[in-house]
Design a protein around this ligand. Structure first.
Ligand SMILES: Cc1cc2nc3c(=O)[nH]c(=O)nc-3n(C[C@H](O)[C@H](O)[C@H](O)COP(=O)(O)OP(=O)(O)OC[C@H]3O[C@@H](n4cnc5c(N)ncnc54)[C@H](O)[C@@H]3O)c2cc1C
Length: 338
C-alpha cells in the first residue's frame, strides 16, 4: 500500500480503542484499512496529556478485564510491557497503561495506517463505494465503520443527508452520554490521600474520581487528576476554568494549602455512556455496508469498546467473504482475493 493511497477496503472513523481493535483484526484478515482521526493524538478517550514533562491521564484512569476475549488480550499487553495491573485483588484487578493510557493506544496502533488531524465532515455512497470527506482530503472505501460516540455519528449522518435504515439511526439515537470535567494539577508536594493512588466517591459529590499520579506511577513529580461527577459537569460545563478549579479543589478531602505548579483542564462532552437495554455488540446498516461500534454497546468502558471493535470487524470480514472478495482462511493467514 502506498503512503498516499486514498482507496481502501475499509475506512474506520476514529482511532480510539474500538477503531484500533477493529482495524487490527481487519488488517490481519488481509484487508486494507485506513483510520481517520480528527485529533493529533491516538487513543480517543484513552487520553494522556504531558504537563511539564509529566504524564497525566485525563480520560479513562484504568480498565477492567472481565470477559474471556479481553482477558487474553490484556495478558498480551502486560507481557509486552504496555499495560500493568494497578489496583484490586485477584479477579478484580484494574489495569492501566504502563506509561499512560494514550501511549498504550499508540503501541496497539503501531502497524496501522492512521491519518491524524483528519476530521470526517461528510460521507456519501455512490455505486457501492463510500466517499469520506475530511477537512483536508477525500478517502474511498467499500466498507465504512464509524466509532465516534453515537450522538456524533448521528450528527454526521444527518449533515451528510444520507439515507440509512431507520433501525440503524433510531438505535444510534438511543445511545446517550454523561459529561465529565477533568482537572489536572502538578503540585509541589504530595497530598498522601490514598495507598493505591485512587479514590472513587459515591455519586452525588462534585468529585467522582481522584487520582494521585505519582502513586499510580506515571509521574515522578506529585500530581493529581480530579474527575468530576456527571452532575457537576452538567452544571459547570460552561463555567470558567477559575470557577471549576475553585469548586473542585474545595471539594478535595485535603485541608492543607495546595501548592500548585501547573494546571490543565479537559471538558468531555461524551465521557461515559448512560446505561441502556441494547443487547447488540455493534450496529450494521446492511444495505449500505455501514457499521457503528464502540463503547455505545457492550459496556461503557474500555473493555466494552475493545470487544465491540473486535466483533464489528468479524461482521465486516464476513461481508467480504459473502461477496467472494476474501478467502475464508483464519485471521493472519487470509488472502485478499481482489
Ligand atoms: C473522563 C473519563 C473517564 C473514564 N474512565 C474510565 C475508566 O476508568 N475505565 C474505563 O474502562 N473506561 C473509562 N472511560 C470510558 C472509556 O474511556 C471509553 O469507554 C472508551 O475509551 C471508548 O472508546 P471508543 O473507541 O469507543 O471511543 P473514543 O475513545 O471516543 O474514540 C472515538 C474516536 O473518534 C474520533 N472522532 C470523533 N469524531 C470524529 C470525526 N468526525 N472525524 C475523525 N475522528 C473523529 C475521536 O477523536 C476519538 O479518537 C472514561 C472516559 C472518560 C472521558
Amino acid at each position: 500500500m502506498g503512503a498516499g493511497q486514498q482507496k481502501f477496503d475499509c475506512i474506520v472513523l476514529g482511532a480510539g480503542i474500538a477503531g484500533i481493535a477493529a482495524a487490527n483484526k481487519l488488517r490481519l484478515a488481509g484487508l486494507t484499512v485506513c483510520l481517520l482521526e480528527k485529533s493529533r493524538g491516538i487513543g480517543g478517550r484513552l487520553a494522556t496529556r504531558r504537563i511539564a514533562g509529566q504524564m497525566f491521564d485525563h480520560g479513562a484512569q484504568f480498565f477492567t478485564a472481565r470477559e474471556e476475549g479481553f482477558i487474553s488480550e490484556v495478558e498480551k499487553w502486560v507481557a509486552i510491557g504496555i499495560a500493568r495491573p494497578w489496583f484490586g485483588g485477584p479477579g478484580h484487578e484494574r489495569f492501566c497503561g504502563s506509561d499512560g493510557m494514550s501511549p498504550m493506544a499508540k503501541a496497539l496502533a503501531e502497524n496501522l495506517d492512521v491519518r491524524r488531524e483528519q476530521k470526517v465532515e461528510w460521507i456519501g455512497l455512490e455505486n457501492g463505494i463510500w466517499s469520506v470527506r475530511t477537512n483536508s482530503g477525500t478517502f474511498e472505501g467499500s466498507r465504512l465503520l464509524l466509532t465516534n460516540p453515537a450522538p456524533q455519528a448521528v450528527d454526521l449522518l444527518e449533515v451528510s443527508d444520507l439515507i440509512v435504515s431507520t433501525g440503524y439511526l433510531d438505535t444510534l439515537k438511543t445511545i446517550e452520554y454523561e459529561k465529565c470535567i477533568s482537572l489536572m494539577l502538578l503540585l509541589e508536594s504530595e497530598l498522601g490521600l490514598s495507598k493505591t493512588g485512587i479514590i472513587q466517591n459515591e455519586s452525588g459529590k462534585p468529585i467522582a474520581t481522584l487520582t494521585e499520579t505519582s502513586v499510580k506511577g506515571i509521574t515522578d513529580r506529585p500530581g493529581i487528576v480530579i474527575q468530576s461527577s456527571p452532575e457537576f459537569a452538567e452544571e459547570n460545563f460552561g463555567s470558567s476554568s477559575d470557577s471549576i478549579f475553585k469548586q473542585l479543589t474545595d471539594a478535595l478531602p485535603y485541608s492543607g494549602p495546595l501548592k500548585l505548579e501547573e494546571m490543565s483542564l479537559q471538558k468531555w462532552r461524551f465521557a461515559k455512556r448512560i446505561d441502556h437495554d441494547l443487547e447488540v455488540s455493534f450496529m450494521q446498516d446492511e444495505a449500505n455496508l455501514l457499521w457503528h461500534a464502540g463503547d455505545g454497546y457492550i459496556s461503557p468502558k474500555i473493555e466494552g469498546a475493545f470487544l465491540s471493535g473486535e466483533r464489528v470487524a468479524e461482521s465486516i470480514i464476513v461481508s467480504f467473504r459473502a461477496n467472494g472478495t476474501l478467502s475464508s482462511q483464519g485471521p493472519g493467514e487470509s488472502k485478499h482475493a481482489d
